[in-house]
Every structure is written in C-alpha cells, then in structure tokens.
Design a binder for this molecule. Structure first.
Ligand code: UD1
Ligand code: UDP
Length: 366
C-alpha cells in the first residue's frame, strides 16, 4: 500500500505507482490521505492515478496536532481493514511520518522513499527534520536519493544492507512530464498569457510555504520580492501556496506590486514550464531545489539550512536565508553579472537519472 497526501509526495510517488502497478505478483493499492486537496488532485489528474482509498482529511488552516491525530486514527483504520503486506511512504510530511507510525503499530514493514535527507537542525525545516528521522527508525527499506543521504543513514547506525542508493524519483517525474509537454504543448499552454505579458523581461519564479518561515520570514520574503520587482527588466511569477499563513500576508504585502503575478498553484506541467521560462528561481521548497539544477536554472534557496547540499555543491543552488537584504542582493548579482549567472546556470543532475522508480520497484518486488 502506497500512502501519500501532499503535492510533493504525489509528484515523487506517481512514477513508483506506475512501476509497481505494472509488476506481476504485486497488488499495488494507493491510499491518499488528502492532507492536501486541490494540489493533490492536480497531480493525480496529470499522472492518471485513481486512488483506491481517499481519506479526504484536509481542513482549512489545519494544525499539526489535529492533522496528526486524524491521520493516525484514519490510517490505522485502513491498515486494519486492508492488512497490507508492506507500506510505502515518501519524504517527511505528516502523512509520511504517521503512515510509518501506524504501520509500525501493526508490525507492517515500511519502505521509505527519499530517505536520509538531513539538515542537522530539528527546527529547519520544521517539522520535517523530525518526521524523517522518525521514519528512518521504523523503516526496513531506505531508498536514499544520493550517496550523501545514504551516508547520513549509515552514520545513524541504520543497517547498511537496508539502505539503497536509487536516485530521486522527482527526476523520473520531471522527465516524464517534460516528454508529455513536448508531445502535447497545450498541457502547459495556460502560461501563454503571462509569457506574452512579460515578453522581453527576465522571469523570476518564486515559491514559498515553509512553516518555519511563517510570520517574519514571509514578511521579509514579500518585501524582497517587492523590491526586486521595482526593476523594470524583471517580472516575478509567484504561484502562491494556498496555506492561509502564506496566502493572506502575500496578498496584503504584494497585492498591488507592479510586475508581480501572484497566481494559484500551477499543476505540474505548467510549473515545469515556469521553471524552464525562468531566469532565476527563488524558493524555500525542497522539490524545486532538485528540479531547478536538473533544468540548469540558478536557484536561490530562502532557507537557513538545506538537506540537499548536492545542488549547492554542483553550483546551481545557493542558500540565501530569509534576510530581505540578502535575497535582494543575491538576486541583483545574478541579474547584473552575466558571468555569475552563467556559472550557476549549468544543467546538473546530482539527484537522479530518471530511472529511480524502476530501481525501487525492483527492490520492493524482490
Ligand atoms: C505540507 C507539509 C510540508 C510540505 C508541504 C508541501 C507537513 C507538516 N507539512 O505543508 O512538509 O513541504 O506540504 O506543499 O506535512 N491547502 C489548501 N489546499 C491544498 C493544500 C493546502 O487549501 O491543496 C491549505 C489548507 O488550508 C491547509 C493548509 O494549506 O490546512 C496547510 O496544509 P498542510 O498540509 O498542513 O501544510 P503545508 O504547509 O502545505
Ligand atoms: N509545484 C507545482 N506547482 C506549483 C509549485 C510547485 O507543481 O505551483 C511542484 C514542484 O515542481 C515540486 C513540488 O511541487 O515538484 C514541490 O512542492 P512544495 O514546494 O509544495 O513542497 P516541498 O518540495 O517543499 O516539500
């Protein structure tokens, strides 16, 4: 049983659902918690997955404790009814952590996709750093995207024979989606209007949603976006996360800013096209930090730490924190110094080769 609930889990697990569903001898069942609703449905639709079970758990402005409690009772109920032989979770969301915990309470073995990411700081990202550590103590199969992630697990005394370096399935999802767009451009044609409106300007793509950035961090990011957009040679395209802690302050602070297009979350093909259109990406997202290097786009990471040092080491990502001045200065540097931009804008794929789901599927099946 493959359990997921948020947009990034769905993006990173749909290639594995495709793989496992095609394997003889495996009955792949998909249980979505719908910790996210619209953003999850966008991914289910593009990837052609119809869940076997949909718990429909999202509530507006949900708190961590109420969400966690709902997830635990509901997933427990489903595992009791379905009695899966194995549970697969991905990443570090509340759904993933509770999925592993509810399986453990029933002694069902757990496979963890995207295992071994560590920032070393339990408050950044919060609460994801603790969620993924909990999953690592429970899982008996750890699919590490990179050698660095595998090494982090070995340092925590996870038995080495249970750690497999597979690459990150996000690259599978990205390559699959790019091929779909190439074959069928209308899939991402919803951005044609913004492309026309901002023709001749350099596009900066922005996303932000991290809980540890709520409040002061969001305000600083909004001020930085407003200041960058004062330049007439840029346009910012900002798909705003629906979390009320993001949406409300961004609408207040940026609603009237010229050259800032605040739009609803894009479905995956449109977001991939947005990264391809962008000159620079500003983000606090985990997944976007992996996709931007694969597409050769400089990414400024608005976080204090990262559990994805591979992008920084490859030279396509730079940590800029949530200090307004620093975000503006680093963005201006990339806008004004062509050599600095060119040095970052080289396609690297430290996170995977697009064949990760197949590797993971084979190991699970065996
Ligand atoms: C969650 C994950 C985070 C992940 C992020 C990806 C946890 C604790 N957090 O954070 O690790 O990086 O997803 O986006 O698991 N909402 C909607 N529609 C949607 C999705 C969300 O309206 O489709 C709104 C709801 O008001 C919801 C709120 O956003 O209550 C927060 O959703 P939640 O899943 O609790 O947290 P995220 O901040 O999205
Ligand atoms: N994404 C998307 N539409 C958007 C913004 C992001 O499809 O409007 C995708 C993005 O390509 C990446 C994933 O969502 O694959 C990242 O999700 P998010 O930033 O919400 O979560 P994180 O990766 O930080 O957990």
């Amino acid at each position: 049983m493959i359990v997921f609930g948020t947009r990034p889990e769905a993006i990173k697990l749909f290639p594995l659902v495709h793989d496992l569903s095609a394997r003889p001898g495996i009955a792949a069942r998909v249980c979505v918690t719908a910790q996210h609703r619209e953003m999850l449905d966008q991914v289910l639709s593009i990837s052609g997955i119809t869940p076997d079970i949909d718990l429909d758990l999202m509530r507006d402005g949900q708190t961590l404790d109420a969400l966690t409690a709902r997830l635990l009772t509901e997933l427990g109920r489903i595992f009791d009814a379905e009695r899966p032989d194995r549970v697969v979770v991905q990443g570090d969301t509340a759904t993933a952590m509770v999925g592993a915990l509810a399986a453990y309470y029933r002694k069902i073995p757990v496979s963890h996709v995207e295992a071994g990411l560590r920032s070393g700081d339990i408050h950044h990202p919060w609460p994801e750093e603790v969620n993924r550590r909990i999953i690592s103590t429970i899982a008996d199969q750890h699919f590490a995207p990179t050698d660095t992630a595998a090494e982090a697990l070995r340092r925590e005394n996870i038995p080495p024979e249970t750690v497999h370096v597979t690459g990150n399935t996000v690259i599978d999802a990205l390559l699959w989606t790019r091929a779909r767009i190439a074959a069928d451009p209308p899939l991402a044609a919803g951005l044609d209007g913004l492309a026309r409106r901002f023709a001749g300007k350099r596009i900066i793509a922005v996303t932000t949603h991290r809980r540890e950035n709520f409040g002061d961090g969001m305000a600083a990011i909004a001020r930085a976006v407003r200041r960058i957009a004062e330049r007439e040679d840029v346009a910012m395209i900002f798909p705003v996360h629906p979390n009320p802690n993001v949406r409300a302050p961004m609408a207040d602070m940026l609603g009237d800013a010229p050259r800032v297009a605040m739009i609803d979350p894009l479905d995956y093909p449109h977001f991939v096209r947005l990264i391809e259109m962008a000159h620079i990406v500003l983000t606090d997202s985990g997944g976007v930090q992996e996709e931007a290097p694969a597409l050769g786009k400089p990414v400024l990471v608005m976080r204090e730490t990262t559990e994805r040092p591979e992008g920084v080491a490859a030279g396509t990502a730079r940590l800029v924190g949530t200090d307004e001045q620093r975000i503006v200065a680093e963005t201006f540097r990339l806008l004004d110094d062509e050599a600095a931009h060119a040095a970052m804008a080289r396609a690297h794929n430290p996170f995977g080769d697009g064949l990760s789901a197949e590797r993971i599927g084979r190991i699970i099946a065996s």
